[in-house]
Design a protein around this ligand. Structure first.
Ligand SMILES: NC(=O)c1ccc[n+]([C@@H]2O[C@H](COP(=O)([O-])OP(=O)(O)OC[C@H]3O[C@@H](n4cnc5c(N)ncnc54)[C@H](O)[C@@H]3O)[C@@H](O)[C@H]2O)c1
Length: 483
């Protein structure tokens, strides 16, 4: 995954001749004076507690589960269905979660991915069986409690529905499905069977995102009214995925599972009917956050996109997409821009929420844009939130001209203060969401991304490709998001 730097924020000058409201601008001295009222020891109390609680929980769970496991309670029997790149990432995270017993691995690439993961699990002393066909696995593995699915998007609906109907709880990767009918069938199967279905939008369980949602947007309403949002996932050009020739899957097996060739099997994301292209693959993560943080689903979307760079022979979906959503929030209209392109990885991936009092830049990455807030110079002070430890103390942005001998226009605002969101995830990115799934199976938590939430997100994202084809704005009706 690409992921680079940095911020895109600026406090813009007024237009020539424009008069600004006469609000006192705080200078550096005012800020420092203001901060001297903050008791230093209380500064990070909340953040420290939150971080500590978060790190403590798995440790406590681990010792509790060891005791529980000896009485044969609370152990969850798990199968992994789809042992490719993401299956491996999920497995690495699950191996850190106490109380899981791995029983089976199902993957059609028996000679490569399946073998690798079965061998890994055997090294961890799990007695696992390998399967090529999910139906055979479900027939034979009667003791399974849960199946974690990381197959290509077009397999999500058939795999999820079959597992739920066999009485298993399911964690299924995003995008929920490559079609709305598929996503719908998953919601209905979860409802009919009463089994849990968690969709793999892992940011929904990420402590930094939860902190921003609950504390900063919910309690502090720190951004004021959010009017615009933008997000992106930019990736540099990269070669198509290959495979070791001696492990190529025979043509009849490829065909049986819906692939025309090894090339298509490895690069399924780019093919219509199998994946949804970068907007679905990458955009689904962040457009889901637009919905979550704006508190609802959009009323319309317009989008421009195309296959501008890559080979049409091996890339059917659009390599470049720019989309604008409209949301009707209780506070008024909000517009959200999203861009994904695969020709230049500059600035990686992040989401940027801009309100009339401040801006939040957030990403899942701990390395790039993990969480910054800019207070608009005219907004009320944020001392209370600094004091509670919800945000870090501000780093005052130095006025540029000192270093670069630039001459600022007299009407130019001082740069906004920069605060950090003081919540760091020290576990693999997917661990909290998986933990939430297993906690829910044990009756100790509610799912953070149940089928209905995943469905709303799928409707929002899949509509972008439709809007590109329609070459006009397309509307959503509230009932489009419900099953
Ligand atoms: N949440 C995230 O951050 C994240 C990141 C990457 C991928 N994903 C999702 O994970 C899923 C898998 O992506 P990936 O990158 O691992 O793809 P991949 O191609 O590397 O792996 C897919 C695996 O599924 C197997 N497979 C294909 N058809 C199958 C079938 N019918 N039955 C059993 N196994 C089958 C393949 O052999 C392969 O091992 C996708 O839905 C993708 O969107 C999520």
């Amino acid at each position: 995954m690409a992921g680079k730097d940095e911020k895109d924020q600026e406090g813009g000058p007024g237009k020539p001749g424009e008069t600004k409201p006469s609000v006192k601008k705080l200078d550096r001295r005012d800020l420092l004076l203001g901060l001297s009222t903050v008791p230093a020891l209380g500064l990070f109390g909340y953040a420290w507690r939150k971080q500590h609680e978060y790190e403590q929980k798995p440790k406590e769970a681990a010792s509790a589960k060891t005791a529980a496991a000896s009485k044969d309670v609370s152990e969850v029997n798990v199968a992994l269905l789809g042992a490719g790149a993401q299956g491996q990432v999920l497995l690495d995270a699950m191996l850190r979660i106490p109380g899981l017993r791995f029983r089976a691995v199902c993957d059609v690439w028996t000679e490569y991915n399946q073998k690798r993961v079965v061998n890994t699990l055997k090294k961890f002393k799990f007695e696992v069986n390998g399967y090529e066909d999910h139906r055979e696995m479900l027939d034979k593995e009667k003791d399974l409690d849960a199946v974690v699915i990381a197959t290509p998007d077009f397999w999500h609906a058939p795999h999820t529905v079959a597992c739920l109907k066999a009485g298993k709880h399911v964690y299924c990767e995003k995008e929920m499905s490559n079609t709305l009918e598929g996503a719908r069938s998953m919601v209905l199967a979860a409802r009919e069977t009463g089994k849990l279905l968690q969709i793999g939008h892992q940011r929904r369980s990420h402590p930094r995102y939860l902190h921003c949602y609950e504390k900063l947007l919910g309690e502090a309403k720190i951004l004021g009214r959010i009017v615009t949002v933008n997000g992106q996932w930019n990736r540099a050009v990269s070669p198509d995925l290959g495979w070791p020739e001696r492990y190529a899957i025979p043509a009849d097996r490829l065909k049986k599972y819906g692939f025309k060739s090894m090339e298509q099997f490895r690069n399924w994301r780019w093919y219509k009917g199998l994946g949804g292209g970068p907007i679905v693959d990458l955009g689904s993560h962040q457009i889901d956050i637009f919905n979550w943080f704006l508190g609802g689903s959009p009323s319309a979307v317009m989008a421009s996109g195309g296959l501008d760079y890559h080979e049409a022979k091996t890339h059917e979906w659009y390599d470049t997409v720019m989309a604008i959503f409209e949301y009707q929030t209780p506070a008024g209209t909000a517009r959200a821009y999203y861009q994904t392109q695969t020709t230049n990885g500059s600035q990686g991936y992040f989401e940027n929420f801009m309100g009339d009092q401040g801006t939040l830049v957030i990403s899942e990455s701990e390395a790039n844009n993990p969480g910054f807030l800019y207070r608009d110079p005219n907004a009320p002070a944020w001392d209370e939130w600094v004091q509670k430890g919800y945000i870090s103390a501000p780093k005052v942005q130095e006025v540029k001209e000192k270093d670069e001998e630039a001459v600022l226009d007299v009407r130019e605002s001082v740069s906004p203060d920069l605060h950090r969101v003081p919540v760091v995830l020290r576990d693999p990115y997917h661990q909290p969401h998986l933990q939430n799934f297993f906690d829910a199976i044990r009756g100790e938590a509610k799912l953070n991304c149940p089928a209905e939430v995943g469905y709303e997100s799928a409707v929002t994202v899949l509509k972008v490709n439709e809007a590109i084809d329609a070459k006009r704005q397309v509307s959503f009706r509230p009932e489009d998001f419900k099953v």
